[in-house]
Design a binder for this molecule. Structure first.
Ligand code: ARG
Length: 583
């Protein structure tokens, strides 16, 4: 159940009953739990509307809410809001209901379900995937998982950069400097080596540059030979990417790179010209937002022209992104498209979305931007010798460090389970460190904070989960029976004890939280919730011993623990992070 919604409904009807007016109640969790659990805020604007003192309006509404079995207290506070406290009996019932709903733990599906495309990872062909694409990959994957869980139909799309000027350079470069054996053995390294040589050469040798442009044009016109060479570059890159995605447990429904839209590009430019949205400017075709009469003021502020065809006839990143919009609308009936791309591409997306509006595309478009990963020196992360950090070397290091920390911490992991545990903990730590940030900020990559069994870090949460699981093992508890038993009404009553109530109420907020995080595309809200969960659980566990308790008390504490474990595990899985049962 989404509690805030439920309270909203009840409080709105209390307003109607007490005051005889229709008005939204506006619910928020209280800042300070000493005052209650939720707050009704809607009376302040209502008082303004009616020209009455807000506290005077709030009092009779609070009286109605006091009679509702959901609350144990409803008190007017401050300038005229109402603080509500959930009734312990209601908390018990809802906790039971969450356990009974084993697959979804009480999280309702979004209505209506939408068709959502998530465009993420999207690295460039013939290049190593570097840390810049790590954030897109991790964030995009978490968003896909969250969106799917709340009930949307998601198309996870890897929009590879596989169609730029680099291919002309690579084709002539390979001819001149290519080493077939090296290309076989380690294709991306070889492609990067040749690319460096070729782009340097093109800068100082016009004939070479001309040759590269010629080969690019041939490729784009469909020349069989060049297509075959390009295919090889793409296939080799894809193989190496797939290795990284496998380690990260990241999956795509489609891989539709820029090349997939090539044939649509002339039509796109044509259409924009015909509709008067673009015009020729010194040989190039551009959209000038400041010239669009119909455009709202904020579009006019986009002064920089959006170039969609260069003077030499070449198409751009922008052109293929416009074609992609049409494709996604027509092929998948997309209602919402989410682009998980570095915040430095903001202008590109503002222009693209502004154009979509001018085109009348009724799709909700969002740029999920993110900041840069910094090294210890506060500058973009680099290797010791100043090179770019590749993703696979970073993941290797994460696993190694996790293995070392497992040893230092003296965790009990069987030798045969060590590799798998180091992988789950190391990769989980990297993902969590990224996801817990407010995505728009840059953050410092700090191995020690990241791979930590204390504080707000992935391993701490995984450890909390493992400790929780061990309770059931130690007590030889039939967990299945706990789950199935909960579906019987009133199968337990939680004690009215501060730590127990605090934990239960936190667990009850999961549905609201998940819907809010998914709506606002902010996985860090899920991280915060889970971190808080782990802390509240350990406070509860200290105050309320589980296995030493008896009878009904033991049963209710065990049930609450089972729910906490399940929610922690589910929450982590929605972030793409695994758990280890024993450590
Ligand atoms: N390949 C691009 C890059 O590496 C990202 C593409 C993002 N997706 C998009 N539809 N523009 O910067």
């Amino acid at each position: 159940m989404r509690i805030e919604r439920e309270i909203e409904i009840r409080a709105s009807s209390a307003i109607a009953e007490a005051l005889g007016v229709e008005s939204a109640a506006m619910i928020r969790p209280t800042q300070n739990e000493a005052h209650g659990d939720y707050q009704v805020n809607g009376l302040l604007p209502l008082a303004k509307r009616l020209g009455k003192p807000p506290r005077e309006l709030a009092q009779p509404v609070a009286e109605v809410l006091k009679k509702d079995a959901m609350f144990s207290a409803a008190e007017v506070a401050g300038p005229g809001f109402i603080n509500l406290r959930l009734h312990p009996r209601w908390v018990s019932e809802q906790t039971c209901a969450m356990i009974a709903d084993r697959a979804r733990l009480g999280v309702p599906r979004a209505e209506p379900s939408q068709r959502v495309v998530v465009d993420y990872s999207s690295p460039n062909v013939a290049k190593q995937m570097h840390v810049g694409h790590l954030r897109s990959t991790i964030l995009g994957d978490a968003l896909c998982r969250m969106l799917r869980f709340v009930g949307h139909e998601v198309v996870a799309d890897n929009h590879l950069g596989d169609w730029g000027t680099q291919f002309g350079l690579l084709i002539v470069g390979m001819r001149r400097w290519g080493d077939e054996a090296a290309l076989q053995a380690s294709p991306i390294d070889e492609l990067e080596r040749v690319y460096r040589l070729a782009s340097a050469e093109a800068k100082q040798n016009e004939t070479f540059a001309e040759e590269a442009r010629h080969e690019l044009a041939k490729l784009q016109e469909g020349d069989a030979n060049n297509r075959a060479i390009w295919q090889r570059f793409v296939a080799a890159t894809r193989e190496s990417l797939e290795g990284v995605y496998r380690r990260l447990d990241v999956h795509f429904d489609v891989w539709m790179g820029e090349s997939a839209y090539h044939d649509m590009l002339p039509g796109v430019v044509q259409e924009l010209l015909e509709r008067g949205l673009a015009r020729l400017d010194e040989g190039a075709v551009c959209v000038f937002f400041s010239e669009q009469d119909a455009a709202p003021a904020e579009l006019k502020r986009l002064e920089t022209p959006f170039i969609i065809r260069k003077k030499d006839g070449a198409y751009l990143y922008s052109t293929s992104d416009i074609a992609t919009l049409f494709y996604r609308r027509d092929t998948w009936n997309t209602q919402r498209a989410i682009y998980v791309v570095d915040v430095r591409q903001s202008l590109h997306f503002q222009q693209l979305f502004a154009l979509a509006e001018l085109l009348g595309l009724s799709m909700r478009l969002e740029h999920v931007g993110f900041g840069t990963i910094l090294g210890g020196d506060g500058k973009p992360l680099k290797t010791r010798d100043g090179g770019t950090v590749t993703l696979s070397s970073l993941l290797d290091e994460a696993e190694e460090r996790a293995r070392a920390r497992i040893g230092e911490q003296g965790l009990e992991i069987a030798p045969e389970a060590l590799d798998e545990a180091a992988r789950i903990i190391g990769i989980g730590a990297v993902k969590y460190a990224d996801l817990r940030q407010n995505r728009l900020s840059d953050y410092r990559f700090d191995w020690d904070k990241m791979i930590s069994f204390q504080g707000n870090a992935g391993p701490y949460l995984q450890y909390a989960y493992a400790r929780l699981s061990s309770i059931f093992r130690k007590g030889e508890i039939d967990v299945e029976a706990l789950w199935t038993g909960a579906s019987q009404q009133g199968s337990f009553e939680l004690e009215d004890h501060a730590e127990t109530q605090a934990l239960a109420k936190h667990l009850l907020r999961f549905a609201d939280l998940l819907h809010q995080a998914t709506e606002s595309l902010q996985p860090h809200l899920v991280c915060d919730h889970l971190y808080q969960l782990a802390r509240l659980f350990s406070a509860f566990y200290e105050a309320c011993p589980i296995l030493k308790a008896e009878g009904g008390l033991r049963h209710s504490r065990l049930s609450l623990a089972a729910l906490a474990g399940a929610q922690l595990r589910l929450g982590l899985s929605l972030l793409g992070i695994g758990v280890v049962e024993r450590m």
